[in-house]
Design a protein. Structure first.
Lengths: 174, 161
């Protein structure tokens, strides 16, 4: 991945972009009442919980995102590219969120399209996937990220919580 | 149809399906959903060679074992670690049924994620029976002309009796 801004080191920029792209790219536009981690609707569906997670990331509201993860949650990612091999990443949710909070860069003119979603549910858990396209500018470069988020959720005290968050994506710059 | 005739038809069908040319043609047109279903059928048969062929290089596996009491058990494994564990654990298992209840797929030009909700049942050894309700998730990319699995995620609740 290429450096995006001349004033930011390549390593930091890569980390920051990776996290912030995800932070900003995942938020679907469907409306629902504002909720805090302490007040999830008892009737919230797995899709609504995943959507709330994504919306909170879009706003970089990390307190809400932390509240939606289970204590031992994990995050993993597969980064695709047109030319190279896929790259694999894995983090604890805490590591991932801590890095996202530390590595701030500001993206501009962002546009997110949530293109599709699917939900498969059991009594004890659910898997929600969302396909998205996200575009914008990072420094003087434009980017487009296409991917699919997958949330594995379980019930914790009656509320759906994210046990595993996985995404497969391809980011391209121009 | 007599039993002998049915056997002949079955044998001819299998021979036809195993013809190399046809197998390659089938593979070339398999989409992400077909690959996921091939995976489940191979798993049911404990056809480890067929399963290995469905993974992309360096693929990973995550497993979530839900529990009726207590928290879930989560593990991340390389494909080789998963095969080593699964081949051992599955040795005494005989499936009596594996039913796909629902399948959903999301895809873009280079990637796809397929989720399959299933119910399986069977025996472990001679005395113990089990039912397994779960959701398998396959995240894939194209390797050459074929879709191959980069990340396989299990999410299941197994009840023994």
């Amino acid at each position: 991945m290429r450096d995006m801004t001349p004033r930011v080191s390549p390593t930091l920029a890569v980390l920051a972009l990776a996290f912030l792209l995800r932070a900003l790219s995942a938020g679907p536009s469907e409306g629902y009442a504002a909720q805090t981690p302490a007040s999830p609707a008892a009737a919230e569906t797995p899709l609504a919980a995943a959507t709330r997670f994504a919306r909170a990331f879009e706003k970089q509201d990390f307190a809400v995102v932390r509240g939606l993860f289970t204590p031992d949650a994990m995050v993993s990612r597969v980064a695709l590219s047109r030319a190279g091999e896929p790259r694999f990443y894995r983090f604890s949710a805490k590591e991932w969120l801590d890095d996202a909070e530390r590595n701030h860069v500001y993206l501009k003119d962002v546009r997110l399209e949530v293109l599709d979603s699917s939900t498969e549910s059991l009594d004890e858990g659910a898997v929600v996937s969302m396909r998205y396209r996200f575009s914008g500018r990072a420094g003087n470069r434009s980017f487009v990220s296409e991917g699919i988020d997958t949330y594995s959720l379980i019930r914790v005290e009656g509320a759906w919580r994210v046990l595993l968050y996985f995404y497969i994506e391809r980011i391209e710059f121009s | 149809m007599s039993k002998a005739a049915r056997s002949m038809v079955l044998a001819a069908s299998f021979a036809f399906l195993l013809a190399p040319g046809l197998a390659l043609a089938e593979e070339a047109k398999s989409g992400p959903t077909e690959v996921a279903h091939q995976f489940l059928r191979a798993f049911e048969k404990k056809d480890w060679a067929a399963l290995r062929a469905l993974f992309a290089p360096n693929a990973v596996v995550s497993t979530v074992n839900l529990a009726r009491e207590g928290g879930p058990t989560v593990a991340y494994l390389t494909v080789e670690q998963w095969f080593a564990q699964t081949e051992k654990e599955m040795a005494p298992v005989t499936f009596t049924a594996l039913k796909v209840l629902d399948t959903s797929v999301l895809s873009f030009d280079q990637g796809a994620t397929v989720s399959v909700r299933f119910r399986s049942s069977g025996k472990v050894g001679e005395k113990q029976s089990f039912t397994n309700n779960g959701i398998d998730t396959y995240s894939m990319t194209r390797v050459g002309d074929a879709w191959r699995i980069l990340r396989y995620g299990t999410f299941e609740l197994i009840d023994f009796r």
